[in-house]
Design a protein around this ligand. Structure first.
Ligand code: SF4
Length: 314
């Protein structure tokens, strides 16, 4: 928001771009911010090849499984394409020199500009005075003197600038990227280890439910509430779904379970055991469940299962 405001102060028209990855953490309230700033917002999703950079990042991972440099390069390439489409003179970002350890050191900012083919056109207005001038600055289209020289992680001076520029609703710091979270990274690590050919569907599924792995061929996803149960049904029906089956409780209140991979009597019994594990309907010794698989649906009976009761969630 501050980067946009700094360019608006110089009477530039700015188009905002919100890029969504395969993870829910990217669903930020960008529309409100764009409305507050009075800019047009374009929301784009990454393409299927985004998961390749999670699988094999050229510049490695951060503390979690966050391939930040590759991710920034990918996003800047998208922004560069939009810049050409709308005939803009530069791409601007809110990056601040030294703010993030993996992607905002001086050499990282240069690398991102070079690899995204935006050298001279990638402007970081908040740190511009600490970086070499971009082409629009050299051409005096943009007044470099009115840009910032922020450095490091502190928020105090940024908040002061926000007040000065009339931004009254200051958003909380981002909840962070799922790939950096210690609770989420194990799911990604598991997927990369056991399903090296995992598709976008598999990566998006990581956002939903509890995940448990039985073996190299089979994983289970258990809904944690009615919304997630419905989402699992939706994942099952998607055209791009990996091989899977879904189980829904018919005679009791409990979670839906998605079986991803091998669907046979053993994995069906295991999934039934997981439904018992996560229901409050404990008095039952067996229950009716609808199993839906590629060939259609049928009612089956499931029972508690000792192995399913013990398997840890990822
Ligand atoms: S924190 Fe996540 S979204 Fe941000 S650059 Fe790193 S990997 Fe990409």
């Amino acid at each position: 928001m501050l980067a946009i405001r700094l360019l608006q102060e110089q009477a530039f028209e700015v188009d905002a771009l919100n890029i969504r990855t395969t993870f829910d953490c990217c669903k930020t309230p960008a529309a409100q911010a764009a409305a507050d700033l009075g800019v047009r917002l374009t929301v784009l999703s990454v393409a299927d090849d985004y998961v390749d950079l999670i699988r094999r990042p050229s510049y490695g991972y951060g503390k979690g499984l966050n391939p930040c440099l590759d991710c920034r390069i990918y996003m800047c390439k998208m922004a560069g394409r939009l810049m050409e489409e709308v005939g803009a003179c530069a791409v601007i970002t809110g990056e601040i020199l030294g703010q993030r350890p993996m992607s905002q050191k001086r050499r990282d900012l240069f690398l991102i500009a070079e690899q995204s083919k935006l050298e001279g056109r990638l402007l970081r207005p908040l740190s511009a005075k600490l970086l070499p001038p971009t082409i629009p600055e050299r051409q005096r289209l943009i007044d470099r003197e009115k840009l910032g020289k922020f450095h490091g992680r502190g928020r105090g001076a940024l908040i002061a600038l926000a007040h000065k520029l009339g931004i009254r609703e200051i958003p909380q710091p981002s909840v962070g990227c799922a790939l950096t979270e210690v609770t989420f990274a194990p799911r990604v690590r598991d997927l990369l280890e056991f399903e090296p050919q995992a598709s976008r569907w598999d990566f998006e599924l990581l956002n939903v439910g509890r995940h448990m792995r039985l073996d190299g061929q089979t994983k289970f996803v258990v809904g944690r509430n009615a919304g997630e149960n419905a989402t699992l049904q939706h994942f099952f029906k998607r055209q791009d779904a990996s091989p899977c089956a879904v189980m829904h409780p018919e005679s009791f209140t409990g979670p839906d379970v998605l079986i991803v991979g091998r669907v046979d009597p053993q994995t069906i019994a295991f999934a039934g055991g997981l439904m018992f594990r996560y229901t409050r309907d404990l008095a039952r010794i067996a229950a009716e469940v609808r199993l839906t698989h590629a060939g259609g649906g049928r009612l089956i009976r499931v029972r508690p299962d000792a192995a399913a009761a013990a398997v840890p969630a990822l």
